[in-house]
Design a protein. Structure first.
Ligand code: ATP
Ligand code: MG
Length: 433
């Protein structure tokens, strides 16, 4: 029996016909002789109307079910302007597919929102909420836009190892694991692999990648397991070419999100597509602007959370929600970043409303310079032997970026906590569900 129609797919053509619907019982209102049951499926909700007199047994069965039980119902679809969707179903047959235990650990349509931990502990129910379904529908749409745009630009999708012998970029925020007799790490990013691929002739690659980062602090914008669009492209003249791909990618994702009218309505969110090209501001100017507003930032330092936010405010006043920060000091960027003179680098960030959403650069392709920069960053080239090897037998100039999907979503939809943008978040204290 199960389902011939989703709630939102019923049309006038189906009126006075027998159809089957299936889903979760969201609400039961029993007023004695008649009962109204709200059934929810992935497209929305619909009303079942049952008359006791007509079918006492069915009435009894339906009205005694617990909320969130799963049923399939066959019945006549009747036009009724007073009801949601302008129709109701008069059940004739009922199949109970799963009875939900009562009480529920979390309500689906409760007016008062449960606390965040209760929601995440019961994420399978939390995700039944329309709002959350809307977030993940938009997530799906923007990721589809990533594939569509990058494929159209001749990029090849790749998948690189997530279990690695050395940490991607050095640093401490790496998860160690036992790999038989050896020690291994979970990949912090595909950085070293996507660069190695530039030596293969694939030229333009991208990956929807998992990042595993053992960052100790719990913030509203960090996850310990997150996803990103990682991209690398060869035969570039400078980082501007990479920024160009990135801004067009973001533009296409934003545009695709703006087409999700239903979901944006559910989220009570209006978004307007940003204009191309995005603003560009050099690091030195950022420091000046921040210092003018009494920030204690000094030249060479990375932007702290407060500085990022303050810059977001300043840029908003200037009419830019999305902006590149370019020409970073060499010392504030990773070892593989191409220098620009002695002090500066070809590294950039893309920020949205005061939060970094992507980092990228032209990379070093000369192996000698690369080893030099490693040493300058207190890294031992011997730990990166297999990476360095890829630079010794023909490596073209290249560059790329890493762009956080959850970060993008939270800024796109003005969601306060990044955990809302991933199905099952991993943070400092949460490993289940
Ligand atoms: P931040 O300084 O904001 O912590 P980062 O500079 O350490 O980020 P990158 O190594 O530049 O991060 O990673 C590229 C992108 O991946 C970031 O711009 C961000 O969008 C995303 N990202 C990185 N780390 C995380 C994380 N822990 N949780 C969610 N997204 C992340
Ligand atoms: Mg960064």
């Amino acid at each position: 029996m199960y389902r011939s129609h989703y709630s939102k797919d019923v049309t006038k053509k189906d009126y006075n016909k027998s159809i089957t619907v299936a889903g979760w019982i969201e609400d039961i209102r029993n007023i004695g002789s008649i009962a109204f049951i709200i059934l929810r499926d992935k497209r929305g909700t619909l009303q079942l109307t049952v008359l006791k007199k007509k079918n006492p047994e069915l009435f009894e069965k339906l009205t005694s079910l617990s909320r969130e039980s799963v049923i399939s119902v066959k019945g006549i679809c009747k036009e009724n302007e007073k009801v949601r969707n302008d129709y109701e179903i008069l059940p004739e047959r009922l199949e109970i597919l799963s009875v939900a235990k009562a009480p529920l650990p979390l309500g689906v349509v409760d007016k008062v929102e449960a606390d965040f931990d209760t929601r995440l502990d019961n994420r399978f129910i939390d995700l039944r909420k329309q709002k959350n379904q809307a977030i993940f529908t938009i997530r799906n749409a923007v990721i589809a836009a990533v594939h569509k745009y990058l494929q159209s630009q001749d990029f090849v999708e790749v998948h690189t190892p997530k279990i690695t012998a050395s940490s991607s970029e050095g640093g401490t925020d790496v998860f160690k694991l036992k790999y038989f007799e050896k020690e291994a790490f979970l990949a912090q990013s595909p950085q070293l692999y996507k660069q190695s691929l530039m030596a293969t002739g694939l030229d333009r690659v991208y990956e929807i990648a998992w990042y595993f980062r053992a960052e100790e602090h719990n913030t509203r914008r960090h996850l310990n397991e997150s996803t990103a669009v990682d991209l690398e492209m060869a035969f570039i003249n400078d980082e501007e070419e990479v920024m160009n791909v990135l801004e067009n990618l973001v533009y296409n994702m934003w545009k695709k999100a703006s087409d999700c009218k239903n979901e944006l309505k559910i989220l009570v969110k209006k978004i307007s597509v940003p204009e191309l090209p995005f603003a560009r501001i050099v690091y030195d100017k950022v420091v000046d602007k921040l210092q003018d507003r009494n920030s204690s930032i000094e030249w060479g330092q990375d932007l702290g959370t407060d500085d990022e936010r303050l810059l977001g405010d300043i840029m908003k006043e200037e009419g830019a929600e999305l902006y590149f920060i370019t020409k970073y000091p060499l010392e504030s960027k990773p070892f593989y970043t191409m220098p620009k003179g002695d002090k500066y680098s070809r590294g950039f960030d893309l920020a949205c409303k005061g939060i970094e959403i992507a980092s990228g650069s032209q990379r070093i392709h000369d192996v000698k310079l690369l080893e030099e920069r490693m040493k300058a960053c207190d890294l031992n080239p011997e730990d990166f032997e297999s990476y360095l090897k890829a630079f010794k037998y023909g490596m073209p100039p290249h560059g790329g970026f890493g762009f956080g999907i959850e970060r993008f979503l939270m800024e796109l939809l003005d969601i306060k906590n990044i955990r809302e943008c991933i199905l099952f978040p991993r943070d400092r204290t949460r490993l289940t569900p």
